[in-house]
Design a protein around this ligand. Structure first.
Ligand SMILES: Nc1nc2c(ncn2[C@@H]2O[C@H](COP(=O)(O)OP(=O)(O)OP(=O)(O)O)[C@@H](O)[C@H]2O)c(=O)[nH]1
Length: 319
């Protein structure tokens, strides 16, 4: 029996279907705010629609007919292919973030954003094949602004306001990674724990502003003395930690002594007459019996305590 269209597809509004003609659909696809690609399982661009605003996107229409592997580096092409496969295998929408610049992709227009773009790719499997291949719809939205804001937020939450150094939160994250390197590959890592001497007396006599200057001068001295691989953290109040990867105990001790002397010289420039501003330093290294990054931090703290007990302004190492 021949049913009328509305009964065969009861969910379709026939008058609306008739109203949206092919040419309308073509115009809609062209007007899509974000570039939208039809990509085959083997990575061939079968269609490119939308994304025509050059403030956000480069024109990718010339990509149609080419394969990913001919347009971008082998490593990046493999990443895209993996994502297409993942979406097709799960048969679900896949959402991924990635960075791409016009210089990474052959064939896109030069007009468009100058900096690399952070994209959110929404990869939707389609339920038809083209030339015998399964296909996905890949919508690429420019999320560079959001990405930059997130980066700044992460930076603020990792940074001490007064000195601009990393804070304790970041220290724990980084030192646990150094511990992983030590536990897996025996890559040594030394830890220095520093505490300013007599800061309370300086605050009480010369005011908190001078105390702040001392803290900032300590941070700058640490930065100047460190190698690129080293990191400096403000641990709290007048305490600092330095993580020195690939430094042995002897090297770390010599480094700590140099740092103590440079700090003294730096503090002299601040002309704190009558008050002895200096730094005490505890040194420790990651060791075989350590069960986590906390162990070397604890030893450095115990060494620092001994340095204070020994009269301050000195370096103590603890095995
Ligand atoms: N100006 C200033 N002082 C701070 C800051 N953070 C902590 N302090 C002060 O640093 C001092 C730290 O305490 P202590 O380490 O016991 O004081 P200290 O006089 O350095 O004692 P020793 O370490 O034994 O020499 C306290 O008086 C805090 O108020 C800061 O950001 N600015």
């Amino acid at each position: 029996m021949h049913l009328p269209e509305s009964q065969r597809h009861p969910h379709l509004n026939i008058s609306a279907v008739n109203a949206v003609r092919i040419e309308h659909m073509t115009a809609v696809l062209k007007a899509l705010p974000d570039p939208t690609f039809i990509l085959s399982q083997s990575g061939k661009y079968l269609g490119v629609f939308g994304g025509n605003d050059a403030r956000y996107y480069h024109d990718g229409s010339a990509l149609v007919g080419s394969h990913l592997s001919n347009l971008i580096s082998a490593e990046k092409a493999q990443w895209f292919l993996d994502k297409i496969t993942q979406a097709l295998q799960s048969n679900k929408l896949l959402i991924e973030e990635y960075e791409l610049s016009d210089k990474d992709v052959l064939g896109v227009s030069v007009d468009g954003p100058e900096l690399p773009i952070w994209f959110e790719g929404r990869i939707q499997p389609l339920d038809f094949t083209i030339a015998g291949e399964r296909v996905v719809l890949w919508v690429a939205s420019n999320i560079s602004k959001r990405h930059e804001m997130e980066r700044q937020l992460r930076e603020y939450s990792d940074t001490d306001q007064l000195t601009g150094l990393f804070n304790r939160r970041r220290l724990e994250q980084d030192v646990s990674q150094h511990y992983e390197q030590w536990a897996r590959y025996s890559r040594p890592c030394s830890i220095l724990m520093l505490d300013l001497d007599n800061l309370k007396a300086i605050n009480d006599t010369l005011g908190h502003h001078m105390g702040d200057n001392i803290i900032v001068a300590m941070a700058e001295t640490c930065r100047e003395q460190c190698r690129q691989a080293d990191s400096v953290y403000r641990f709290g109040g007048d305490e600092f930690v330095l993580a020195l990867p690939c430094m042995t105990a002897e090297q770390a001790l010599a480094f700590a002594e140099r740092l103590r002397q440079s700090t003294l010289a730096r503090f002299e420039l601040l002309a704190i007459s009558g008050l002895s501003a200096s730094v005490s330093i505890g040194v420790a290294c990651m060791a075989t019996n350590d069960s986590g990054y906390q162990d070397s931090l604890k030893r450095a703290d115990a060494a620092l305590y001994r340095a204070k007990r020994a009269g301050k302004n000195c370096v103590v190492f603890m095995l």
